[in-house]
Structures are given as structure tokens and as C-alpha cells.
Design a protein around this ligand. Structure first.
Ligand code: COA
Length: 390
């Protein structure tokens, strides 16, 4: 029996800034961002867009061709949740009008949590092949105005329906896992922006990759050459390149040229370069970028996935692309959607970024912007109000 992705879709903010604006403001050459970290544009969510509206917009399209009565589990993966107690998934469950016989919960471990969602869903669906899991990863990456991490912000969500009737990717059984208690990136409850030791986080990412790979290859018997393409967690696209070069070297592939190694990951980077970091969602936006931009038919090809969440947990796992997967994707709509976004100035981005909701009780309405089919309309009596615009 195959378990994997039956349907998948992503969504990002309608607004973005070109990192040339940020470079100009900092008086640094824009090539530092375009080439040094490999990022060109950065999604900038307005005040009425949050992880719930991003998630609902991503999931709405993903479930259109699915028998939603069979979804009995919604897993909401995020590290930028909107409540310390209630799962963001319940708001999305309501907005999508899913059935009441459903368990809904939130998972957190920095950018890793959606991979945990997959690893827990595969054995669950093997036991209950008539059911489906809606796994949503949704995040807004915030490091702060003027910080080194600022050019690696972004926002977006991915929704995947996982089931025993996969159309797109079927996951393999084995994975390799690594955990170590480190402070490379964290966000205390009292802060809206993450704290990060950027260079250390890159080191830990690479360490977790090698350790996870080691266990994966021992358990699965698979080697580097068994993979046609690799999808990495992408906090910025150069990180995917660095990771891939390290892994190839560790796996004894010194003979591989840079050009060949790039061909194994280049298609995964396009969307991320113009959206920015989407934390838990980034690797799956990379998967969609690969499947929707590859010139080749990838059916039957094996993909290696490496998910990393600071703090830290890493996991290497794999899957096979299924025949006819193209019929279940929407590359034209995604290209149109990305091209039709609105570019905003650095000043406008700062206005969006610094907008804050008063903590006092009372009615608060958020200013109206473009947010797709759903919007965060405001707060009343400390309760968040969402509107479906269908
Ligand atoms: N043209 C081209 N490249 C340039 C350049 C220019 N004008 N100026 C600098 N660069 C290159 C640097 O050589 C460096 O390349 P390298 O990584 O191959 O050495 C790269 O751009 C980044 O420059 P650097 O000065 O090291 O960056 P920084 O101090 O601004 O910080 C991060 C970069 C990624 C550490 C920072 O953005 C950050 O903390 N991000 C958040 C944390 C994160 O994403 N962690 C990843 C693991 S989860």
C-alpha cells in the first residue's frame, strides 16, 4: 500500500518587497541578497493576513478535488501561532467547513513540525487507509527591522491532503532523525520576533543533515545516487545549495561537478527565492516548485527530503513521484498568482511589519487589504474574527 500526497497547494501574501529596496536602505550591494543568500523578493503580509488566512487560502484549493468527509484529522504545523492554547487548525477547520468528526491540533518544533506531521500520518493511514489527513504548514518569518535575518523573512502556507490514495508523491518507510538541545534560533513567548544566532544555525543545520542522513542510509540501505532530486528546508535558497554540497561530499561524491549538483536542486528554489522563508512550509513549497517547474517528467523518480527545525531536530526521509502527478498540480495558476502580487515600498513594508493589535479589551478592526478568500477582520472581547469572502 502507498501512502502519500493526494493533493497539495500553497499560498503566500499578495504583497512583497524587492530586496533591492532593503539593500538600498542599508547601503549594501543588492547582489549580497540576490546572490549571497539567494533571495530576490520577500512576502510582506498586511495586518489582516495571518497564519490562519494563509493556511485557509492554501487549503481551500487543495481540498477541492478531495472527498472531505474522509478527512478525520487536521494537523496545523506552525511556529508563529496566534494563540497559546487553541490550535490554529480549529479556525481553519471552521473556515473550510470540515466535518465535526475530526481531531484538530497544532504541532510546533521550529521549521521541522510539518515533517513530524508526515511521519505520524504515514503509519496512521497505513492502519486506516479509508481516512485522510489534512496537514497544513503555515508561518510568518519575522526577525526584525534592521536585523541580519531581515532579508530572510517571508510568509506562506502549504496544505497537503495525505492518504492511501496518493496522486503526487508516495513516501518511503524509512527516515533518519537527529535531535540536540541548542539555542540557534528561538522565540520566547514575550517576543514577536525570533532571536537567532545565524551562523551557528547554519552549522547546526549541516550537522543535523549529516547525522540524519547517516541513520537514514543505514536504515534504508539507500545511497546518494538513489536520488534524482533533493528538497531541503529553505530558510534562504543558498542554504539549500550549501546543504547539498555538504551532503554530496559526505556521501563520497567528490567527483560530482557543481553544475550537476545544482541540477539536482535548482528547480526546488524558484518559488522560495521570490517568497522568502516560510519556516515549516518552506520545504513543501520547494517540492511544488520542483514538480511545477521541472522540464522533465519526474514520475518514478525518487526525491530526498531534509527537514530542519532549529533548537534542533532534523529528519531525512524520501518519496517517489507518482505517474500522472502533473494532472493534480496548478503551475499556470501559481505563476499567475505570483506574478500578480503587488510590490510595496520599504516604508509600506515597515508599516505592515510594525502594525500591532492593542492588548486591551474592546472592538478592534484591522485595515482592509488584499488577502485572498479569507481575512483576519479584527478582535472583539479578545476573540479573533475571521471572514470568508466566498
Ligand atoms: N555579493 C555577493 N555575495 C555577497 C556579497 C555581495 N556583495 N556580500 C556578501 N555576500 C555573501 C557572503 O560572502 C556570504 O556568502 P557565504 O555564505 O557563501 O559565505 C553571504 O553573502 C551572506 O553574507 P554574510 O555576511 O555571511 O551574511 P549576514 O551576516 O548578513 O547573515 C544569515 C546571513 C543567513 C546568517 C542571516 O541572514 C540570518 O541570520 N538569517 C536567519 C537565520 C537562518 O536563516 N538560518 C539558517 C538555518 S535555519
Amino acid at each position: 500500500m502507498k501512502i502519500g500526497i493526494e493533493a497539495i497547494n500553497f499560498y503566500t501574501s499578495h504583497y512583497y518587497i524587492d530586496l533591492k529596496c532593503l539593500a538600498e536602505d542599508r547601503n549594501v550591494p543588492f547582489s549580497k541578497f540576490y546572490h549571497g543568500i539567494g533571495q530576490e523578493k520577500m512576502a510582506a503580509p498586511p495586518p489582516d493576513e495571518d497564519v490562519i488566512t494563509l493556511a485557509a487560502n492554501a487549503a481551500f484549493a487543495a481540498i477541492q478535488s478531495v472527498d472531505t468527509k474522509k478527512i478525520d484529522t487536521v494537523i496545523f504545523a506552525t511556529e508563529s501561532g496566534i494563540d497559546q492554547s487553541k490550535s490554529g487548525g480549529i479556525y481553519v477547520h471552521h473556515l473550510l467547513q470540515l466535518g465535526k468528526n475530526c481531531r484538530v491540533f497544532e504541532v510546533k518544533q521550529a521549521c521541522y513540525s510539518a515533517a513530524a506531521g508526515i511521519q505520524l500520518s504515514v503509519p496512521y493511514l497505513t492502519l486506516y487507509p479509508d481516512r485522510k489527513v489534512l496537514l497544513i504548514a503555515s508561518d510568518i518569518a519575522r526577525y526584525g527591522i534592521g536585523s541580519a535575518g531581515e532579508p530572510t523573512q517571508g510568509a506562506g502556507a502549504v496544505a497537503m491532503v495525505l492518504s492511501a490514495q496518493p496522486n503526487i508523491v508516495a513516501f518511503d518507510k524509512d527516515s533518519g532523525i537527529f535531535t540536540e538541545d541548542v539555542m540557534d534560533f528561538w522565540r520566547p513567548n514575550y517576543r514577536d520576533e525570533a532571536l537567532v544566532d545565524g551562523k551557528f544555525s547554519i552549522k547546526m543545520y549541516i550537522k543535523a543533515l549529516i547525522e540524519s542522513w547517516q541513520q537514514f542510509s543505514e536504515r534504508s540501505g539507500r545511497g546518494f545516487a538513489d536520488f534524482y532530486r533533493f528538497c531541503y528546508h529553505l530558510p534562504f535558497s543558498r542554504m539549500g545549495e550549501k546543504a547539498h554540497i555538504h551532503l554530496a561530499k559526505y556521501a563520497g561524491k567528490e567527483e560530482y561537478s557543481n553544475e550537476f549538483m545544482m541540477s539536482q536542486i535548482i528547480d526546488t528554489l524558484y518559488y522560495n527565492k521570490i517568497i522568502g522563508n516560510t519556516y515549516a512550509a518552506s520545504m513543501y513549497i520547494g517540492l511544488l516548485s520542483l514538480l511545477e517547474n521541472s522540464d522533465e517528467d519526474l514520475a518514478g523518480k525518487r526525491i530526498g527530503f531534509f527537514s530542519y527545525g532549529s533548537g534542533c531536530v532534523g529528519e531525512f526521509f524520501s518519496g517517489e513521484v507518482l505517474p500522472g502527478y502533473q494532472k493534480f498540480l496548478a503551475p499556470e495558476q501559481h505563476t499567475k498568482f505570483l506574478n500578480n502580487r503587488t510590490e510595496i515600498s520599504y516604508e509600506k513594508y515597515k508599516e505592515f511589519f510594525t502594525y500591532s493589535i492593542p492588548e486591551v479589551d474592546g472592538d478592534h478592526r484591522t485595515p482592509k487589504n488584499e488577502t485572498g478568500l479569507f481575512r483576519f477582520a479584527g478582535i472583539s472581547e479578545h476573540k479573533r474574527i475571521y471572514q470568508g469572502l466566498l
